[in-house]
Design a protein around this ligand. Structure first.
Ligand SMILES: [Zn+2]
Length: 83
């Protein structure tokens, strides 16, 4: 086993770790959004964008049942919350 292979393994391990972290972050964000959406639904705000107060749109709700913002507000929010 050459040193080159070991280095490749270490790099592989590191990138797998980062992927796991990224997946965990995405799952965590999904869970937060799901419980937030349930709260919004409980208060009768389902389908209403919490950014602009407009309609989120049937198609978007079918694609993303937990959406609480319209496409435009979601894009703005993601830009503002980018790490
Ligand atoms: Zn909006």
């Amino acid at each position: 086993m050459s040193k080159g292979f070991r280095n490749a393994d270490a790099t592989q391990e590191l990138s797998e770790q980062m992927t796991t972290e990224t997946i965990k972050e995405i799952l965590e964000a999904d869970r937060e959004q799901a419980s937030h959406a349930a709260e919004v639904r409980a208060h009768g705000g389902y389908g209403i964008c919490e950014g602009c107060g407009g309609s989120i749109g049937q198609e978007r709700l079918e694609a993303i049942p937990n959406a609480t913002r319209c496409v435009r507000c979601q894009a703005d929010w993601e830009q503002a919350n980018r790490l």
